[in-house]
Write a protein that binds this ligand. Structure first.
Ligand code: PLP
Length: 483
């Protein structure tokens, strides 16, 4: 691994992070002081009137008022009308530093002009879709193979969710085995079989409303980083139809909210080989964000299958794909050259020219500009700034990063688990509400985060942008109880 090519400059001290996270969840919450929170709510009342009117009306036509999980902000969603580089502007004219990054895809910064121009060119020429083959499908697949040699073949799909579904289907078709093992708490999209052990480890079917038991009968979860538990499942599965695949997010579930030790992926690889299970890397977030070689390049692991999303189209629509070993990928062969054991997949808009051209030029630009590494250094700078604030005010909060993925845990809600169900059930509501308030407070200072606890940085985050952000974070973090 050559660090100059990857976003992670130094691998975080995972043990030290868990020690701090444990201390955080073991103590009472430190929310924003009530009078400071009144100011936060006043910001939304006084400065976001147009957003409020729009989302109030949207509640009539759209369940909950917004279409996207990430837009469910407290006290109400804000409507964005302009995006450029490091910034977003809402319909009321307020400017924000954007650390949501649309959930991760825009490593080049928002609305990056060189890619936009190529997209407009293709739309002008042939529109967004024809249903027939386009040269950029080949160009994108070839480029991905160049950066990630384990991705011998690539099949583009509409989203990360779809790509996980496809990978599981191919894994079962190829291995003739049934079980899929995931890490508790990890999110791999919202397909029937993957809404299992979501967000909080050990919760199994807790979120599986509307999903029949049979649909995730063959899905299993093991506690994050517990390789002995994974081994036990692999052994038990030998008599229950076998393990088709183990799927991991290589930095740890939820973009590394529970980070993995540096040798974790290698150990999972070895276990998969021992038990004849495929290893699926979910690189929806890490793919190209950690560097052009993705997490597989950084950790130097060859997964059997890789899931793509987000960055694979540089933030343009229909971001998804699955890639991997030729003999497995041939299960997806459409038409001529199929193996006769087809794992059925489809999608009217999958691999449309717009998505392919956007992906191709986004990746080329990322390589040319070294965007992942620049974004990673911005993540380092932001993390150092946050850590200094935490130390200055003697806060129990925890900031760490894996390159351009930055975590700021203030309530620890994502760190609760079902090892201690009484504590979790008792505290989940207040810890969740605290993080909603933190998200609102950051926003009132002009900072957009993901769910109040995660930030993605981009190439557009210059030192000046990060330094401004750190000052704004300080205003919020110094307004919590007990400071
Ligand atoms: C690790 C991971 N896998 C899968 C998905 C699902 O991807 P999509 O939202 O494109 O369906 C996500 C989405 O955030 C993700 O973070």
């Amino acid at each position: 691994m050559n660090e100059s090519q990857y976003a992670i400059s130094t691998y975080p001290d995972v043990e030290a992070i868990y020690t701090r996270l444990k201390a955080l969840t073991n103590q009472p919450i430190r929310p924003i002081r009530r009078e400071a929170m009144a100011d936060v709510l006043a910001y939304f009342d006084q400065k976001c009137a147009k957003s409020k009117a729009l989302t109030d009306e949207a509640k009539q036509y759209i369940p909950g008022g917004v279409q996207h999980n990430l837009a469910f902000n407290y006290p109400f969603p804000i409507a964005i009308e302009k995006a450029e580089g490091a910034y977003l502007w809402d319909v009321d004219g307020n400017r924000y530093i954007d650390f949501l990054q649309a959930g991760g895809p825009t490593v080049l910064g928002s609305n990056y002009a060189p890619v936009r121009e190529k997209v407009l060119e293709i739309v002008n020429n042939c529109g967004p879709v024809t249903g027939l083959f386009h040269e950029y499908e080949l160009k994108l697949a070839r480029l991905i193979n160049q950066y990630m040699p384990a991705v011998e073949m690539f099949r583009m799909l509409g989203s990360g969710t779809e790509s996980v579904m496809a990978a599981i289907r191919a894994a079962r078709a190829y291995t003739k085995k049934k079980k899929i093992i995931k890490v508790g708490g990890a999110y791999h999209g919202w397909s029937d079989q993957m809404v299992y052990g979501l967000h909080i480890p050990g919760t199994g079917r807790m979120e599986a409303t509307g999903i029949p038991r049979g649909a995730n009968r063959h899905t299993q979860e093991f506690f994050p980083n517990n390789l002995a538990a994974l081994r036990r499942k692999l052994i038990a599965n030998r008599l229950r139809g076998g393990t088709a695949a183990v799927i991991v997010e290589p930095v740890g579930p939820e973009s590394g909210t529970r980070p993995v030790p540096q040798d974790f992926n290698q150990k999972v690889r070895e276990l998969c080989d021992e038990f004849g299970a495929l290893l699926i890397f979910d690189e929806v977030v890490t793919g190209f964000r950690l560097g052009m070689g993705g997490a597989q390049g950084y950790f130097n692991i060859k997964p059997d299958l890789t899931i793509f999303g987000k960055c694979v189209t540089g933030g343009y629509p229909m971001a998804g794909g699955v890639g991997g070993k030729r003999e497995i990928m041939m299960r997806f062969a459409a038409g001529i050259g199929g193996t006769g054991e087809r794992a059925y997949i489809g999608g009217t808009l999958s691999a449309n020219p717009l998505s392919c051209v956007a992906g191709y030029y986004a990746l080329e630009e990322m390589e040319r500009t070294n965007a992942a590494v620049i974004a990673g250094r911005a993540g380092d700078r932001l993390t150092l700034g946050l850590q200094a604030i935490i130390e200055k005010y003697d806060l129990p909060f925890v900031a760490y990063n894996q390159g351009s993925i930055v975590h700021l845990e203030t309530s620890g809600v994502m760190l609760l688990d079902l090892k201690n169900p009484l504590k979790t059930l008792k505290e989940i509501k207040s810890r969740r509400h605290m993080i909603e308030e933190m998200g609102a407070a950051y926003m009132s200072q002009g900072l957009i985060t993901l769910a109040g606890s995660r930030m993605y940085t981009s190439m557009a985050d210059t030192d000046a942008v990060i330094d401004e952000a750190v000052q704004k974070f300080e205003l919020v973090l110094s307004s919590v109880d007990g400071v």
